[in-house]
Design a protein around this ligand. Structure first.
Ligand code: PMP
Length: 401
């Protein structure tokens, strides 16, 4: 009998499963709107010119391949923190933000989860928006936190359930941890307005909740890195000691390079040093130290004025292309008298749109039209382009009628 004979087969990953089905489909009209990775005007993966230029610079510098420190490349973590918090952020200037490089956004969330699991002195329950990115629950559960939910999405309005959100945060036990998507909420594409963020900040203060921001799309949502960091910066200005997970997968297109950062705002440089020392102790047995190449690329872009400007333009271009696709999809659906209200397609922001398509409709779209999306009706807007959007809209219209 094999040692592993009792290992049960686990369910396939719901998002990667969509890609499998897409690959197996031989129809030339097929469209994959499952995975959240940017595609250009021709539906192809896109390597940013800023990234290519940074790599050329790096080749010329011919750097060695020695290990990085446990918390990563210092120039990278300093620049990443500056990008998120802004150069004139008080805690940054005062040297009280603990930052570490991470294995992209997922790794940042995991380091944060593990650190909170070990050191957070209050209820170790984290409240996630319902729905949230599918990996949040297992990441925090495997980090040893209890995972609960707060209302976020209103199916009826296909928008934010702000009353439900406020009620649930007010009803949570004091000092609970609350996960907030900084911008471009995944999977819904629905973000609070600045005014609503202010109210959320007030509730977090009143209830002494601990805000953990997941910022996987800075710049990618609106095209403007400062605008997308509004919530993070506002909370910090309000005196919240936040935790922050950053990813450079989307905004620099560095998906597989796994570039990210995790940071915690502390109350003093002395406290930061203690927190830093414990972050190292959390990280060391997980993966010892992070990968070099992606951090060097990101750091080169963030620290070179010309490359930074080139990058800003490219982030804007990606965000704008997605926003244009939203407009075109809306016009197309309405133009074909598709039953239902579709203005949410234009109101939502970021990589994804929660279309409101039902599970049976998504099934029909896959089987009849060779169009693949997750069963919750989420589409990756980046998968749409001038060549496939008419066919997509026509197929959706048929599926709904
Ligand atoms: N958080 C959210 C909300 C995301 O959408 C993603 C990417 N899909 C991540 C975190 C992490 O992605 P990565 O590990 O590739 O940076």
């Amino acid at each position: 009998l094999s040692v592993w004979s009792a290992v049960p087969a686990g369910p396939p990953d719901p998002i990667l499963g969509v890609t499998e089905a897409f690959k197996a489909d031989k129809d030339p009209r097929k469209i994959n709107l499952g995975v959240g990775a940017y595609r250009d005007e021709n539906g192809k993966p896109y390597v940013l010119n800023a990234v290519k230029k940074a790599e050329e610079i790096l080749v010329q510098q011919n750097p060695d391949k020695e290990y990085l420190p446990i918390t990563g490349l210092p120039e990278f973590t300093a620049s990443a923190a500056k990008l998120a918090y802004s150069a004139d952020s008080a805690p940054l200037k005062e040297g009280r933000v603990a930052v570490t490089q991470s294995i992209s956004g997922t790794g940042a969330l995991r380091i944060g989860g593990a650190f909170l699991g070990r050191f957070y002195p209050h209820v170790k329950t984290i409240y996630l928006p319902v729905p949230s990115w599918g990996n949040h629950t297992p990441v925090f559960r495997d980090s040893g936190l209890e995972v609960k939910g707060y209302r976020y999405f209103d199916k009826k309005t296909v928008g934010l359930d702000f009353e439900g959100l406020k009620e649930d945060l007010k009803a949570a036990p004091e000092k609970s941890i609350v996960l907030l998507h900084a911008c471009a909420h995944n999977p819904t594409g629905v973000d609070p307005t600045p005014e609503q963020w202010k109210e959320i900040s007030d509730i977090v203060k009143e209830k002494q909740l601990f805000p953990f921001f997941d910022m996987a799309y800075q710049g990618f949502a609106s095209g403007d890195t400062a605008r997308d960091a509004f919530a993070v910066r506002y909370f910090v200005e309000q005196g919240h000691q936040i935790a922050l997970a950053q990813s450079f997968a989307k905004n620099m297109g560095l998906y597989g390079e796994r570039v990210g950062a995790f940071s915690l705002v502390t109350s003093s440089p002395e406290e930061r040093a203690r927190v830093d020392s414990q972050l190292k102790i959390v990280i060391r047995p997980m993966y010892s130290n992070p990968p070099l190449h992606g951090a060097r690329i990101a750091s080169t872009i963030l620290r070179d004025e010309q490359l930074y400007r080139l990058w800003e333009g490219e982030v804007k271009h990606m965000a704008n292309r997605i926003i244009q696709m939203r407009d075109r999809l809306y016009d197309n659906l309405v133009g074909q008298n598709t039953p239902g209200e579709w203005s949410h397609i234009k109101k939502q922001i970021g990589m994804f749109s929660f279309t409101g398509l039902t599970q049976p409709q998504t099934k029909v779209l896959a089987e009849k039209a060779h169009i693949y999306m997750t069963a919750d009706g989420r589409i990756s807007m980046a998968g749409l382009n001038g060549n496939n959007i008419d066919y997509f809209a026509e197929s959706v219209s048929k599926a709904v009628k």
